[in-house]
Design a protein around this ligand. Structure first.
Ligand code: 3PY
Ligand code: MG
Length: 255
């Protein structure tokens, strides 16, 4: 079974999946994350230096290490979405979705007919540069995940419309941007942020949509798992490396 199907089966069973954001642009870190057992990696084009020519190597790294490559696009434009998929991303994660209209446009850019209007080219990495039989390619390509981020208080009253968009696989909550829009920038465990996230999760559950969130402590991961969030993005490659370095330096200085 391929890694994407395995990932989808886990979600369908109600299991949680875990993966870090990757910002270094170095495929070795992606391989490390995959070999360590993370279910997915989010290759970040919104923040960090990753560009498209570098992205293809990060996707290769994920494939080698058996983890699902999701790309956080730099925005919701058609090019940002389709170029990531053409390079072999198994899912796109689109930041700062503001409306159902924008959500529908993102799905349209990510899916081929009949689900959308993704720009057609089969001479791309995702189609093994044309080696994949054409019918097979267009079908399997449509299985890639569409993950949409909501991360501002202004979208909270448009959530039901966004949740009803066909083709949305996971609604992802960005706690950092949400904290800023609630007037407490960076305070992701502030009660107003926690309550807002809980409210979004409840609404998504009623709509039957899987939710995701970013967290960077075990406490937050446990809290959000308990709340029913299944797609847990845990920390960031550079943050994980920084923490490990600090721990080693502390230990060496103290010993
Ligand atoms: C946010 O928290 O704003 C994100 O986009 C994910 O870390
Ligand atoms: Mg954000």
């Amino acid at each position: 079974m391929n890694t994407l199907q395995h990932f989808k089966n886990r979600l369908a069973k109600g299991d949680a999946v875990y993966g870090p954001f990757m910002k270094t642009g170095d495929a070795a870190f992606v391989e490390c994350a995959g070999h360590a057992g993370f279910d997915f990696v989010i290759l970040d084009m919104e923040h960090g230096p990753t560009d498209f020519s570098n992205l293809q190597n990060l996707i290769r790294g994920a494939e080698v290490a058996g983890t699902v490559p999701i790309v956080r696009t730099y925005d919701s434009s058609e090019t940002a979405i389709s170029k990531a998929l053409d390079l072999g991303a198994k899912g796109i994660q689109v930041p700062q979705i503001q409306s159902a209209e924008e959500a529908r446009e993102a799905v349209k850019a990510a899916k081929y007919f009949p689900k959308g209007e993704r720009g057609v080219c089969r001479f791309v990495r995702a189609a093994n540069y044309s080696s994949t039989p054409r019918n097979e390619y267009f079908e399997t390509a449509n299985e890639s995940l569409v993950i949409l981020q909501v991360e501002g208080k202004q979208v909270l009253n448009r959530l039901d419309e966004i949740l009803s968009v066909n083709g949305l696989d996971i609604l992802f909550i960005g706690p950092y941007d949400l904290s800023q829009s609630l007037g407490v920038p960076g305070q992701v465990s502030h009660h107003s942020v926690v309550e807002a996230i809980k409210g979004i999760v409840e609404q998504a559950k009623k709509a039957g949509v899987v939710t995701g969130v970013f967290c960077d402590t075990f406490e937050a991961a446990a809290l959000w798992r308990k709340t029913g969030i299944q797609y847990l993005s845990y920390s960031v490659d550079v943050g994980i490396f920084t923490e490990a370095c600090k721990e080693i330096v502390n230990h060496l200085h103290l010993s």
